[in-house]
Design a protein around this ligand. Structure first.
Ligand code: NAD
Length: 430
C-alpha cells in the first residue's frame, strides 16, 4: 500500500484553533478524526449549557459533557432539612447517601462546624542571604503587609474578609534553603484562589526586596487546613440492625486508618459524595480532592479522613474533618445557569454552610460504603443500576432495559457479552 503523503497525514498543529467559531472547530475535529455524521451531530449538541456561554468558559471549546445530577434525600444537618444535588456518573452513589442519611435522620441527623474560611497563599523566595534576618524583617513589617493585602481586595475587606496572618517558613530543599511566606486571607464566600493569587503576586516583589532574595512561585495552597469542615452523626444500633454490623464498620475503619492501600479506597468512597456535591455546586473538584488527600497524609502516613467508634449506648458515631475550599461566588458558581438552579435547591446561607453540608454528605457516603462492604459486599447494591447501564450499552431500549437487567441479575452474570446474548434471545421471543 502506498504511504500517505505528508499533507494527507492529519496534523494536531492547528494554529489559531481558538480563533475559529465553535462550528468551525467541530468541523476541523471531525475531519481530523474522520468522525461519523452521528458522532459529529452528537458533539454539536450542548445540552443545558448554551454554546456561547461555554465558549467563554474554556479555550478551544467544542462541546459539553452532561453528567447526571441526582438529589440526595433525608439529610438533616444542624437541625435543618436539605435536599442535596449530586452530580455523578457513578451508579448507587446518590442512593447510598440518601440511605445513610435516612438511617441517622431519626437520631437528629448531622452536626457540623467549620474552623474558619481562611486560605493560604504561598510566596517562594530563593537566594535569601540570611533566612533568620529575613524572617525577623517580615515580622516587623506585618502591619504594612496587612495594609497592602487589604488594598488589593477592598470588596473582600468590606465583606468582613481580608488579611488574617502571615507565617514565614524555611524549607530545606534539595538545592538548598528557601524562604516560603504564607499569607493567610479570609476569603468569605469565595473559594479564594484568584483572590489569594492576586494578593501573593502583589506582595512577592516587596518581600523579595525586604529579604534580599528572588521571588519565584506565588500561588494558593490547596492544603486549606485553616478551612476545615467537620461533620458528625450517630447511627442508632436499631437503625444499623445488629451489633455485628456496627462492629464490622468499626473494624473496616480501623483497617483503613492503619493501611494506606485500604485508606485510598475508603477515602475514594468519601469523595464519591464530596466531589458530586462540589461539582453540582460549580466548585473546583480538583482543589477539594487535592486538599482532602494532602490532609489525609498530614501525619506522614495516608490515613482515613473519618473516624468511627461505639458510643457508650452501643450506637455508632462517625466523624469527618477535611479542608473544604468551596464558594458561592467566583468560578462557575454564578456563571453556569444549571449550577445556579441547583444552588437554589440546596439554598445554603453562605459558603461555610455549603462546606459543612459537603462534609456531612462525605460522612454519609462513607457509612453506606462501609456498611455494604462489612455485610453483603459492594456488588449487590451496585448490581441493579450497573445491570441497567450494561443493558443500555448493549443496545436495549424502552421496556427491554428492565427486562434485560433483571435477567442478568437472576443469572448472576452482568457483562456486555451476556447482555448481547440475552438481548438477542429477548428479541427473538418478542
Ligand atoms: P473570584 O476571583 O472570581 O472571586 C473572588 C472575589 O469575589 C473576591 O476577591 C471578592 O473581591 C469578590 N466577592 C464578591 N462577593 C464576595 C463574597 N460574598 N465573599 C467573598 N468574595 C466576594 O474567585 P475565587 O474564589 O478567588 O477563585 C476561584 C476560582 O479559582 C475557581 O474557579 C478555581 O477553579 C480557580 N483556581 C483554582 C486554583 C487552585 O485551586 N490551586 C488556582 C487558580 C485558580
Amino acid at each position: 500500500m502506498a504511504k500517505p503523503s505528508e499533507d494527507q497525514i492529519p496534523s494536531s498543529r492547528i494554529s489559531g484553533f481558538y480563533n475559529l467559531s465553535v462550528a468551525e472547530r467541530l468541523q476541523r475535529v471531525s475531519a481530523f478524526a474522520g468522525l461519523s455524521a452521528d458522532h459529529a451531530e452528537q458533539l454539536a449538541r450542548s445540552g443545558n449549557l448554551e454554546t456561547d456561554l461555554a465558549d467563554h468558559m474554556i479555550e478551544n471549546f467544542v462541546t459539553t459533557l452532561a453528567i447526571p445530577v441526582g438529589i440526595a434525600t433525608n439529610f438533616r444537618i444542624d437541625g435543618r432539612d436539605l435536599l442535596v444535588p449530586m452530580a455523578t456518573e457513578e451508579s448507587s452513589v446518590v442512593a447510598a447517601a440518601s440511605n445513610a442519611a435516612r438511617q441517622c435522620y431519626g437520631a437528629g441527623g448531622f452536626t457540623t462546624s467549620l474552623s474558619a474560611s481562611e486560605m493560604i497563599g504561598q510566596i517562594q523566595i530563593l537566594d535569601v542571604p540570611d533566612p533568620d534576618a529575613a524572617t525577623a524583617e517580615i515580622g516587623r513589617r506585618r502591619a504594612e503587609i496587612a495594609e497592602l493585602c487589604e488594598a488589593c481586595d477592598p470588596l473582600l475587606v468590606s465583606l468582613g474578609g481580608g488579611f488574617r496572618d502571615i507565617e514565614v517558613r524555611r524549607i530545606d530543599a534539595a538545592s538548598g534553603p528557601m524562604v516560603v511566606v504564607h499569607i493567610i486571607v479570609d476569603t468569605r464566600d469565595a473559594m479564594g484562589a484568584n483572590a489569594v493569587n492576586s494578593i501573593a503576586e502583589r506582595l512577592a516583589p516587596l518581600l523579595a526586596e525586604w529579604t534580599g532574595g528572588r521571588p519565584l512561585l506565588r500561588i494558593l495552597s490547596n492544603l486549606a487546613d485553616r478551612r476545615l469542615a467537620r461533620a458528625e452523626a450517630v447511627w442508632p444500633l436499631a437503625a444499623i440492625g445488629r451489633s455485628e454490623v456496627r462492629d464490622g464498620l468499626i473494624a473496616a475503619f480501623e483497617f483503613a486508618d492503619a493501611d494506606p492501600y485500604r485508606a485510598a479506597t475508603h477515602n475514594k468512597g468519601i469523595m464519591n459524595g464530596i466531589s458530586a456535591v462540589v461539582l453540582a455546586t460549580g466548585n473546583d473538584t480538583r482543589a477539594v480532592e487535592a486538599g482532602a488527600h494532602a490532609f489525609a497524609a498530614r501525619s506522614g502516613r495516608y490515613r482515613s479522613l473519618s473516624t468511627w467508634s461505639r458510643t457508650p449506648n452501643g450506637d455508632l458515631k462517625g466523624t469527618i474533618e477535611l479542608p473544604m475550599a468551596v464558594g458561592l461566588v467566583g468560578g462557575l458558581t454564578r456563571l453556569h445557569p444549571t449550577v445556579r438552579a441547583l444552588l437554589a435547591v440546596l439554598a445554603p446561607d453562605n459558603a461555610g454552610q455549603l462546606a459543612r453540608v459537603i462534609a456531612a454528605v462525605g460522612l454519609a457516603q462513607n457509612f453506606a460504603a462501609m456498611k455494604a462492604l462489612a455485610t453483603e459486599g459492594i456488588q449487590r447494591g451496585h448490581m441493579s443500576l450497573h445491570a441497567h447501564n450494561i443493558a443500555i450499552g448493549a443496545g436495549a431500549s424502552g421496556t427491554e432495559i428492565e427486562a434485560l437487567a433483571a435477567r442478568m441479575i437472576a443469572a448472576r452474570s452482568i457483562s456486555a457479552a451476556t447482555a448481547e446474548a440475552m438481548l438477542g434471545e429477548l428479541r427473538a421471543r418478542a
